[in-house]
Design a protein around this ligand. Structure first.
Ligand SMILES: C[S@@+](CC[C@H](N)C(=O)[O-])C[C@H]1O[C@@H](n2cnc3c(N)ncnc32)[C@H](O)[C@@H]1O
Length: 845
């Protein structure tokens, strides 16, 4: 079964992004918002206690929803960064110390609301998690009973388990109204549910057992016990969720071994008892004494009787055989009842037909069958697992080999695909959205396999789950890495925003409608000019290219990316000097470029070959005779959009394409074409290289991102072309961007103001009749020196911060303003040492 990647992405759902946008510390904020929307417990609360409040999103919601001057107290094991209008402290809600601290903060107040979203150290066994979460709920309820005002509300998270019913029962004893709900922002996959308990009854006396987990969770009804399963399949232990039976408070049960011999239901005894004993009671049990002395009662039998709970199938069999033999000896083997009980062949052979042996023998049959089935299943799973592991290893090796340049991606595609490919590229081509997702490496895309897969067996599911977990972890880590990178680097952020926008068809349509309205997700001019290096594959998909055919010529493209071109077409840019100047320059360069006499058909071929380059062509033939392209590709709309804008942007008055060449490779290629060094046919042939049919299906995003950066066709670059492009870029970079120009203008303005001030002051000095000319000259000189000093802005020193301790993570270290530089502690010490040594050296000289 293919590993699904849906989980990692699914975790970053809309609430995650919404929380980020709204400034909440966790997406959990929406759970409280939604709970409060339904039950309105916050609006009128004047005092609230948030138990298990870190990182503090519930406190944030409470602070903004509750009336001004409310008292809000939050506690958690983890520290909580300060929140306006809330008092927070670190503590364990199960301790008396925490209770005392809350009491200290509340003083004489009573809480109108106690909210609890606690989760223990989740990640161990589910049952354990649920149990300790429920214990935490009881602890929070205990605090609630102490601090809640009569009629107050208690809102808590509960993990659904056999104990949740018990908890509900307890809530109902203490509150007038108890409602269970799961807000939409709580993930469906999560076992959590929320109880909103209103109208606290504030009983004068509360039996402490109510809030004691030992009692509280002990009275759950037991389910019917399946003794057969315990005996036939003792290795498969079921989770024990039943609790104690009414009136049966012990977990240990024993019976005399003689009872086991006499009983008609030996399975039930073996399934329910802990021990079969041979102990003689006061009155004496003759049967037991006889049994004790029987030669069949071997040491092995005795040992098995000691602890039935630890026995396996084999040992149970031994006991059941022993029972039959003993019954034989005592002479109470019974007639076989009914035909449904099969007699054991060996015993039948001895002529014991009609005797009671059915249970054991049928068990043997049953067990044999079960064993066989289990063995077969095991074998099957093992083979599958082995195959899968081998395939993964092979694929991994191939990837490494490919990274080392020892193989081609297409080889990997063939190997990984194998004869039973779960999908076909052509199918994917048919659906544009799927294709785009796949190109981005999103394997969880909804490619519906033609044949529904068989229901996987349990063990397989577990295995896949492991794989999924690993995959999810990797995805999360990659996502976190990307986030950190984006925080540091605005360019990366802009790039991501651009990619996301490209991914969204609606955005494209909208953009089209607006025809050049502002594109807000592009943050800097440089970004606009920069063309994506590493999203080539993605942009190919967006441009409507299929996986199976890449031969159709693409839409043309100018020096600026489409978005950049559209961006700069906005009215707001029309009056800006620099940008107009830029346009003129670009135009001038275009004219210079179009000096290369490139006729369109050749150009088309060149651009078809330049698959990975920033250089695309208009389909001249199509434009002239209006004929339809031979192949209608998926994603046609997008490419239409691209073509439309491109055509407008880059044809001159006479309908000839204006080609602006922005890369050295493209320049080299254009030169080769123009000078006849290369023909269209050769270009076509060149286009079939190891990069042209890259199979990206099933590859994770991080891998594709990296591949996109490095694994691409290397085109020849001539020295002249490189120099020409370099020159062009230099000219482009020489032009200051608007912000720089503005800053310079501000500086000039400030200097002019200072000069004006100086003038006024010196005029005043000159008019002073008492001072001599010399004094006046000196004063004016002083003023000028002062003004000159003021003009020189003090350069802010760069603070050197040691990494480690509190400054472990990314982002600005606490309490540091201005420029800073993070260094390795060792480095800092070493540099200091060097400086000291240098000083010493100088001193000696
Ligand atoms: C899901 S988080 C709470 C999120 C919080 N409601 C928010 O909106 O930010 C669960 C918290 O329970 C806390 N926790 C678990 N056991 C605790 C205990 N015994 N005492 C205090 N806090 C505890 C954990 O430290 C964790 O921060």
């Amino acid at each position: 079964m293919a590993i699904q990647k849906k989980h990692a992405k699914a975790r970053l759902d809309k609430y995650y992004y919404l929380a980020k946008e709204k400034g909440y510390r966790a997406r959990a904020a929406f759970k409280l918002i939604q709970l409060n929307k339904k039950f309105s417990f916050l609006q009128n609360a004047k005092c609230l206690i948030d138990l298990c409040a870190a990182p503090g999103s519930w406190l944030q919601v409470a602070a903004e929803t509750m009336p001004q001057k409310s008292l809000i107290v939050g506690v958690d094991l983890a520290p909580i960064k300060p929140i306006p209008k809330a008092i927070t402290f670190q503590g364990d809600i199960t301790t008396d110390k925490c209770r005392a601290t809350i009491r200290g903060h509340l003083k004489t107040w009573k809480a109108d609301c106690v909210i609890h979203d606690g989760a223990p150290n989740v990640g161990t066994a589910w049952v354990q998690d649920a149990f300790s979460q429920n214990e935490l709920v009881l602890s929070s309820l205990k605090l609630a009973t102490e601090f809640l005002a009569p009629n107050g509300s208690f809102v808590t998270k509960v993990f659904r388990s056999k104990d949740s019913a018990k908890l509900e029962w307890i809530f109902k004893q203490l509150f007038a109204k108890v409602e269970q709900t799961k807000p939409p922002s709580s993930r469906n996959v999560s076992a959590e549910t929320f109880y909103v308990c209103r109208g606290y009854k504030a009983p004068k006396h509360l039996d402490p057992r109510f809030l004691d987990p030992q009692y509280a969770f002990a009275e759950v009804e037991a389910a019917a016990v399946n003794n057969e399963a315990k005996v036939f399949n003792p290795e498969k232990k079921k989770r024990k969720r039943e609790g104690y039976e009414e009136g049966d408070w012990t977990q240990f049960h024993e019976a005399p071994a003689s009872e086991f011999i006499q009983t008609q239901d030996p399975i039930a005894m073996l399934g329910s008892l802990n021990r079969l004993h041979f102990r003689q009671e006061a009155n004496g049990d003759i049967a037991l004494a006889a049994l004790d002395k029987l030669p069949e009662t071997t040491e092995e039998v005795r040992q098995n009787c000691e602890d039935l709970k630890v026995l396996g199938r084999k040992e149970f069999k031994v006991l059941l055989r022993w029972r039959l033999k003993a019954r034989d000896r005592f002479g109470f083997r019974q007639k076989k009842e009914g035909t449904h009980k099969k007699a054991d062949k060996t015993e039948d052979a001895e002529g014991t037909q009609g005797e009671e042996v059915a249970v054991v023998e049928s068990m043997d049959d049953e067990m044999r069958m079960q064993e066989e089935i289990a063995a077969m299943k095991d074998m099957q799973n093992k083979v599958k697992r082995k195959e899968r592991r081998r395939e993964n290893e092979k694929k991994q090796k191939e990837i490494v080999r490919m990274q080392m340049g020892m193989t081609t991606p297409s080889e990997i595609g063939i190997d990984a695909g194998g004869p039973d490919d779960t999908f076909h590229l052509k199918d994917v081509d048919k659906d544009d959205s799927i294709r785009r997702s796949i190109v981005r490496g999103r394997m969880h895309t909804q490619v519906a396999p033609e044949k529904p897969e068989e229901e996987p067996v349990d063990s397989e599911e577990e295995e896949d789950e492991d794989g999924d977990n690993l995959e999810r972890e990797l995805d999360n880590m990659y996502e976190m890495y990307n986030e950190r990178r984006e925080n540091r680097d605005a360019k990366a952020k802009a790039k991501r925003a651009r990619l996301q926008a490209k991914d969204d068809d609606e955005e494209f349509e909208d953009f089209d409608k607006r025809e050049g309205e502002a594109e807000t997700d592009i943050s800097s001019d440089e970004d606009l000019l920069e063309d994506d290096d590493d999203d080539d594959m993605a942009s190919n998909a967006d441009a409507g290219e299929g996986f199976t055919t890449d031969l159709q010529p693409k839409a043309k493209k100018g020096a600026l990316s489409n978005r950049a071109a559209a961006f700069f077409q906005q009215d707001i840019f029309s009056g800006i000097d620099g940008l107009d100047e830029e346009d003129e320059n670009v135009q001038a360069e275009k004219e210079r470029d179009s000096g290369i006499d490139v006729d369109s058909p050749e150009l088309n071929a060149a651009e078809a070959a330049e698959d990975d380059e920033d250089f695309e062509s208009v389909d001249e033939d199509e434009e002239e005779d209006g004929s339809e392209p031979e192949m209608v590709e998926a994603g046609e709309e997008d490419s239409d959009w691209e073509e439309g804008t491109q055509k407008k942007a880059s044809t001159d008055g006479e309908g000839r394409p204006n080609i602006d060449i922005v890369t050295a490779e493209a320049m080299t290629l254009a030169h080769q074409l123009a000078s006849g060094k290369i023909t269209k046919q050769q270009l076509d042939d060149d286009n079939f290289n190891k990069y042209s049919h890259r199979d990206v299906f099933g590859l994770p995003e991080w891998f594709l991102d990296d591949e996109g950066k490095h694994s691409r066709a290397q085109r020849p670059v001539s020295k002249e072309a490189a120099a020409a492009i370099k020159e062009k870029l230099r000219a482009l970079n020489a032009r200051p961007i608007k912000k720089v120009r503005e800053a310079k203008a501000r500086k000039t303005m400030r200097a002019a103001r200072r000069l004006e001030k100086l003038k006024k002051k010196s005029e005043g000095l000159m008019e002073d009749g008492e001072s001599t000319d010399r004094d006046k000259a000196q004063s004016i000189q002083k003023l000028m020196a002062k003004a000159a000093k003021g003009a020189k802005k003090k350069k802010q020193p760069v603070k050197v911060i040691r990494a480690g301790g509190q400054n472990k993570g990314s982002g600005r270290p606490r309490g540091v303003k201005g420029k800073y530089k993070m260094v390795d502690p060792r480095l800092k010490k070493d540099v200091r040492g060097l400086k000291r040594a240098e000083k010493r050296k100088k001193g000696k000289k």
